[in-house]
Design a protein around this ligand. Structure first.
Ligand code: G1P
Length: 297
């Protein structure tokens, strides 16, 4: 029997420089897809997977993110007085249970592995999830829930994976596999951001992980890897070497790379088209703009 996964780590310390000037004062994770901040998508997915404790690894300048999860009493009273129950409902869904959310600072940008390691005392000796809010996954059954269900059968470590074009491997952790039949793929190795000529496969790691505490022990060594950073991929790969299995999980769903402008825009359009209140107007507009080729001046 595997132990239940009830804790998730959200590394959100990055400066979001790709979205400057917006991220000069707004944390990237608060930027909205339609009308919900990126981080809300990750929280909803985590909740659906049974996560009860949410650990954010933050940095200087992220206080708007902490405020976002507080009750906004003034706003709530105002909406109540005006009888705006639908809006109140939307707000209530964003409120977190007291004590369910914790913030830890990563004092230096030393890499994703280091960010996760910063949460080690809050994680303790149990399996935990890691979710990168930049990777937004639209799916009928939320991606982390798919993984938790698979993990209950396999144990070990599990990472979300999908095939990427060969020229893109240098943007991802990449799995070394014997074969890739079915959704659960045993990995015999993992490499962070390999050049296409050195990539062991086209199976990229996407930002959802279920990890054993042994990965945190591996991170204690503070070994640097790709880009001179302490890489989570390397710490997971070390587990394979010491006999703990690692599985890639080919999830059902569409992943948007909201760490890039183009991915963010694609996600915005796609989530808007899924909404009854926006679909007609937006698709009409998209058809027109494609037909006439007219962009903003
Ligand atoms: C991180 C991980 C990488 C993973 C990617 C998924 O990279 O280090 O292994 O494939 O997230 O989005 P980053 O995008 O932070 O450079």
């Amino acid at each position: 029997m595997t132990r239940k996964v009830t804790k998730a780590v959200f590394p959100v310390a990055g400066m979001g420089t790709r979205f400057l000037p917006a991220t000069k004062s707004v944390p990237k994770e608060i930027m909205t897809l339609v009308d919900r901040p990126l981080v809300q998508y990750a929280i909803d997915e985590a909740r659906a997977a049974g996560i009860k404790e949410f650990i954010f690894v933050t940095s200087r300048g992220k206080s708007a993110l902490e405020d976002y999860f507080d009750h906004n009493l003034v706003l709530e009273q105002e909406l109540m007085a005006k009888g705006k129950n639908k809006l109140l409902d939307i707000l209530n869904k964003t409120n977190m249970e007291s004590g369910a959310i914790a913030y830890i600072r990563q004092h230096k940008a030393l890499g994703l592995g280091h960010a996760v390691w910063c949460a080690r005392r809050l994680i303790g000796d149990e399996p935990f999830a890691v979710m990168l809010p930049d990777d937004v996954i639209a799916a009928d059954k939320p991606c982390l829930q798919q993984m938790v269900e698979a993990y209950e059968e396999t144990g070990g470590n599990m990472v979300a994976t999908m095939e990427v074009p060969p020229e893109k491997t240098s943007s991802y952790g990449v799995l070394d596999v014997v074969d890739s039949i079915g959704p659960v793929i045993p990995a015999k190795g993992m490499v962070e951001k390999p050049e296409p000529s050195k990539a062991p496969s086209k199976l990229a790691v996407i930002g959802r992980y279920i990890l054993r505490p042994s990965v945190l022990n591996n991170l204690n060594a503070m070994k640097t890897g790709s880009g001179g950073e302490i890489q989570l991929t390397d710490a997971i790969a070390e587990d394979i070497a010491s006999g703990v299995p690692v599985f890639g999980y080919k999830f059902d769903g569409q992943r948007f790379d909201c760490g890039s402008k183009s991915g963010f825009l694609q996600a915005t359009v796609s989530f808007a088209l899924a909404r009854d209140d926006l679909r007609d107007d937006l698709s009409q507009y998209l058809n027109d703009i494609v037909a006439t080729g007219k962009a903003a001046q």
